[in-house]
Design a protein around this ligand. Structure first.
Ligand SMILES: Cc1ncc(COP(=O)(O)O)c(C=O)c1O
Length: 427
């Protein structure tokens, strides 16, 4: 087992002091295998992170997605420290707002105009507010993996406490690659749909021109098509999922990979929609904070001038193919599904159902070998190397062998040394 002495000391200090023990539910100890995973990290370099007890890990969580280039990435750090010497926030717009907007305008399809935000949630919520203002309608039809913490979305989750119940009547879910479910949601909404808000891509490709058809139905119903590119942006292609798939949304929200871990998001889109931001109240003291803008300019410069995206696809492919080959050689119903650039580990029980217990054991065995996967997406960065993948796959084989022995001996649950990972919410 890992030495977690300092992690546990900090955890003791946090208990009773920090509600939920973390600023981000998905980063809290109960989201991982509690008692086995480190609780507090202290630094990172490239694709590796170090915990407060000096344990080192190859990291495939990457701060839940933002760290696309790598930890302590030189070009980004330089940009931040240069700007830091000049000031962080100002009383009038800073010229970096113009410079970064121009870069995004050129890089992202359909980005006639650009606004910034501090989080992905802010960006998606701003898009929703603009859509409601444009259409003078209320309802949102939603398809995605979640993540937005604001009322309009969280009301449909298992963590809806504190949100006025009435908001539940203003949002309906539909399913990816299921046009029928979208049509039914429109019918049930009695011509009161402001926007279809969706992730253009999750773990499967769109089939049969799904997105083109979604766009047509949305426009036929005089609603706005919002793409949530918080995860897909600056990851699937230089221009995000819109470029990768060849379909454009009306208003598009970005976050995560836009600034390699600095708190920044963006809202882009066609002028006819974006100009509504002249009027709707979307405004915050930190909207033009310059360290994040400088970081994002450096990220975009790297993405444009180095094979960042290609490398991530290639290294992610090597990981998925190697991982799935080992599982199949050992006849285990385990895989990384999805895309090389955004995968998900699935462990299935003898009935073919996803098993949180088996996944918790697998991840426990891996973290003890210095490989850090999380319950959610598997991400890779520009800093991950072939050596990282080789070392990871070696540990994956050992971890899967342990799991296999447990399954064969009929005592798999006794392998779990900590607590099973807990889901943050369902919806
Ligand atoms: C698809 C998606 N949209 C929006 C968000 C919200 O972004 P943030 O956590 O920066 O508010 C997330 C967060 O995980 C997400 O995965």
């Amino acid at each position: 087992m890992l030495n977690l002495k300092k992690s546990n000391e900090y955890l003791k200090r946090a208990t009773g002091l920090i509600p939920a023990l973390s600023q981000t539910f998905s980063k809290a100890p109960y989201s991982y295998v509690k008692g086995i995973y480190p609780v507090y990290l202290k630094s990172g370099k490239g694709s590796h992170v170090f915990d407060v007890d000096n344990n080192e890990f190859i990291d495939y969580i990457l701060a839940l997605g933002p760290v696309t280039l790598g930890y302590a990435y030189q070009a980004v750090d330089n940009a931040i420290s240069q700007q830091l010497k000049k000031g962080i926030s100002f009383s009038m717009p800073h010229h970096l707002e113009v410079e970064l907007s121009e870069e995004i305008h050129h890089l992202i399809p359909g980005a006639d105009m650009v606004r910034f935000s501090k989080t992905g949630s802010d960006a998606v919520t701003a898009a929703v507010r603009a859509a409601r203002a444009i259409t003078k309608k209320d309802n949102i039809l939603y398809c995605g993996s979640g993540g937005v913490w604001h009322d309009w979305f969280t009301v449909i989750t298992s963590r809806s406490e504190g949100i006025p119940y009435i908001m539940k009547s203003m949002i309906r879910k539909f399913n990816y690659n299921d046009l029928e479910s979208l049509k039914i949601s429109f019918e049930e909404s009695n011509d009161n749909v402001a926007a279809v808000c969706m992730e253009p891509l999750m773990l499967e490709n769109p089939r049969d021109d799904f997105l083109q058809k979604v766009k047509k139905i949305t426009h036929d119903n005089n609603a706005v098509l919002i793409f949530d590119e918080v995860v897909t942006g600056f990851r699937y292609a230089k221009g995000g999922a819109q470029e990768y798939l060849g379909v454009e949304g009306d208003i598009v929200a970005f976050g995560k990979g836009i600034a390699n871990g600095m708190p920044l998001g963006a809202i882009t889109g066609k002028e006819e929609y974006m100009k509504k931001f002249d009027e709707v109240f979307y405004s915050t003291s930190y909207g033009g904070e310059t360290l994040s803008l400088a970081a994002s300019l450096a990220v975009i410069n790297e993405i444009k001038n180095k094979p960042v995206i290609e490398h991530c696809w290639n290294i992610g492919r090597a990981l998925i193919e190697g991982f799935n080959k080992i599982a199949s050689e050992l006849s285990l119903d385990i895989e990384i599904s999805g895309f090389p650039i955004r995968g998900s580990i699935v462990c299935r029980d003898e009935n073919g159902n996803p098993s949180n217990l088996l996944k918790s054991i697998l991840l426990q065995e891996l973290v003890e070998r210095g490989i850090m996967f999380g319950p959610g997406a598997v991400f890779v960065s520009y800093s991950h190397t072939k050596d990282d993948i080789e070392n990871t796959l070696k540990s994956c084989r050992e971890a899967m062998l342990t799991l296999k022995k447990g399954i064969e001996n009929g005592n798999v649950s006794s392998l779990l040394k900590g607590e099973e990972m807990k889901k943050v919410m369902t919806f």
